[in-house]
Design a protein around this ligand. Structure first.
Ligand code: ARG
Length: 460
C-alpha cells in the first residue's frame, strides 16, 4: 500500500472499510478543473513571494497542464486510496515531476483548498443556471407572443374566478423566474471571496500574498477571517435555497400544465416529442416531463434540508462532516438545470386549444366581479354591489343562464340601478376589456408587460 500524504505519524494503514467509507474521490473529482486552477494560482504566488523557485513553479505548471489533459482525455487514474480530488492530483503531480511537487502544498491545507474549489465551482454553476432560467423565460414569452388575445379562465382555489389573458398568466411565471435569477446573482456576489491562504484555520506564518491569489482566481477579495473562510458553507446553503424556490416555482408550473393537459381541462396539448405512453393502456399520452419536474422539486428541497442539518451541529472551523456538502450541491444544481431545460422544451412543444378554452369560458360567472365594478361606477357602495351581483348570480343559476343572458327586466327585478349599458360589462370578452389598473389583465397593460420583457431579454 502507498503511504498516505499525511502518513508520517502513522504506523498502521486504515482498514478497507474506513478507506471506502471516507473517500470522496467518487464524487469530488468533478472539482478537478477548479482544483488545478487554484493550484496554478497558488504556485504562481508562492514563487512570486520567494517560497519556491521559478523553475519549481514552471515544472508544477507544466505538470498540472499535463494532468488536466489526461483527466480530460479520460486517461487519468483516480485512486480511492488517495482519498479525494486534492490528494489525487497532488500525488499524481509528484509521480510526474518529483521533488518540485512537494512544494505545492506550502501554506495551504485541504481545508482552504476544498472550499476554494467549491466557491469556484458554484460560480460557474450559477452562471449555468442563469442561462437556463433565461431560456425558459424566452420560451414562455415566445409562447405568449404566439397566443395574443387568448382569454382563459383565471382560477383561485382552483374555482373559476375572473377571465385573464393567457399572456398575462404566462408572464406571471416569467416574473417569478426573474426573482429566482436575482437570488442567484445576489448569492454569486456574496460567495465570490477567496478562502485560499486561510490554510487549516489560522492562516500561516509564511509570507504569502492572499490578494494575489484572490485576484488571479477572479475573486473580489480574500475572505477577511481565516476561521470563517474554512468553516462556513453558507454560500452552498444560499444556492440550495435559491434552487429550492426555483424548483417550487417550476413544480407549480408543472402542476398547472399537467392539469391543463387532462381530458377534464383539455386546455393544452403537448406534442408527442414531450409526451410518453403507457406500457399497458394503448390510448395513453402522458405529460410525464412536467410530472417529473414537479417530482424532482422534492429532491432539490431535500438537498437543502440535508445541508442545513449537516451544518447545524458543527463547531467552528473545518469538520470532516463538511465533505458531505458536495453530493447535495451537485445534485441540486444538476436537477434544477434538468428541470429548467425540460420545462423550456415543454413550453416550446405545447399548443393551447383555443376552441376548448372558448367553450369553457361562458360558465362559472367569470364576469361577476366586473359587474360589481359596473355598479360601483353607478355610485353603489361596493358591499352593496357585491350583494346585488350575488343575487344576480343566484338568479342566473336558478334560470340556468349566464349573467349576460339575463334580461334587463330580470336584472332590474334585483335592483333598479341596472341600465342597458350593463351589457357592455358582461361576457368574458367585455369583462377583460374593462381591466385597466397597472399590472392588470387588460390588453393594454399586458401588451406593456410583454414589450418590457421582449426588450429586456432582447427577443426578436
Ligand atoms: N475531501 C475533503 C472534503 O471534501 C477535503 C478536506 C479534508 N480535510 C481534512 N483535513 N481531512 O471536505
Amino acid at each position: 500500500k502507498e503511504i498516505k500524504l499525511w502518513g508520517g505519524r502513522f504506523e498502521e494503514s486504515v482498514t478497507d472499510a474506513v478507506e471506502k467509507f471516507s473517500e470522496s474521490i467518487s464524487f469530488d473529482k468533478v472539482l478537478y478543473k477548479q482544483d488545478i486552477m487554484g493550484s496554478r494560482a497558488h504556485a504562481t504566488m508562492l514563487a512570486h513571494q520567494g517560497l519556491m523557485t521559478s523553475s519549481d513553479r514552471d515544472s508544477i505548471l507544466l505538470g498540472l497542464d499535463e494532468i488536466e489533459k489526461s483527466i480530460e482525455a479520460g486517461k487519468f487514474v483516480w485512486r480511492t486510496d488517495r482519498e479525494d480530488v486534492h490528494m489525487n492530483i497532488e500525488a499524481a503531480l509528484t509521480d510526474l515531476i518529483g521533488e518540485p511537487a512537494k512544494k505545492l502544498h506550502t501554506a495551504r491545507s485541504r481545508n482552504d483548498q476544498v472550499v476554494t474549489d467549491l466557491r469556484l465551482w458554484c460560480r460557474d454553476a450559477i452562471d449555468n443556471i442563469l442561462a437556463c432560467i433565461k431560456s425558459l423565460q424566452v420560451a414562455l414569452i415566445t409562447l405568449a407572443k404566439k397566443n395574443e388575445g387568448l382569454i382563459v379562465p383565471g382560477y383561485t382555489h382552483l374555482q373559476r374566478a375572473q377571465p385573464v389573458l393567457l399572456q398575462h398568466l404566462l408572464l406571471s411565471y416569467v416574473e417569478q423566474l426573474e426573482r429566482d435569477a436575482g437570488r442567484l446573482i445576489d448569492c454569486r456576489s456574496r460567495l465570490n471571496f477567496c478562502p485560499l491562504g486561510a490554510c487549516a484555520l489560522a492562516g500561516t506564518g509564511l509570507p504569502i500574498d492572499r490578494f494575489m491569489t484572490s485576484d488571479a482566481l477572479g475573486f473580489t477579495a480574500p475572505l477577511r477571517n481565516s476561521i470563517d473562510a474554512v468553516s462556513d458553507r453558507d454560500f452552498v446553503l444560499e444556492i440550495l435555497s435559491a434552487n429550492s424556490i426555483t424548483a417550487v416555482h417550476l413544480s407549480r408550473l408543472g402542476e398547472e400544465w399537467v392539469l391543463w393537459a387532462s381530458e377534464e381541462f383539455g386546455f393544452l396539448t403537448p406534442s408527442d416529442a414531450v409526451s410518453t405512453g403507457s406500457s399497458i393502456m394503448p390510448q395513453k399520452k402522458n405529460p410525464d416531463p412536467m410530472e417529473l419536474v414537479r417530482g424532482k422539486s422534492a429532491r432539490v428541497v431535500g438537498d437543502l434540508m440535508t445541508l442545513l442539518i449537516l451544518c447545524k451541529g458543527l463547531p467552528q472551523a473545518y469538520n470532516r462532516d463538511l465533505q458531505e456538502d458536495k453530493e447535495p450541491l451537485f445534485d441540486s444544481v444538476n436537477t434544477i438545470r434538468g428541470m429548467l431545460e425540460v420545462s423550456t422544451e415543454f413550453a416550446q412543444n405545447i399548443t393551447f386549444n383555443q376552441e376548448r378554452i372558448q367553450k369553457a369560458l361562458p360558465s362559472g360567472f367569470l364576469d361577476a366581479t366586473t359587474l360589481a365594478d359596473y355598479l360601483v361606477n353607478k355610485g353603489v357602495p361596493f358591499r352593496t354591489a357585491h350583494d346585488i351581483v350575488g343575487r344576480s348570480v343566484a338568479l342566473g343559476l336558478s334560470a340556468n343562464k349566464q349573467l349576460q343572458e339575463l334580461t334587463l327586466v330580470e336584472l332590474k327585478s334585483i335592483n333598479s340601478v341596472f341600465e342597458e349599458d350593463v351589457y357592455e360589462f358582461l361576457g368574458v370578452q367585455n369583462s377583460v376589456k374593462k381591466f385597466c389598473s397597472y399590472g392588470s389583465t387588460g390588453s393594454q397593460c399586458v401588451a406593456e408587460q410583454l414589450n418590457f420583457w421582449v426588450s429586456k431579454l432582447e427577443i426578436k
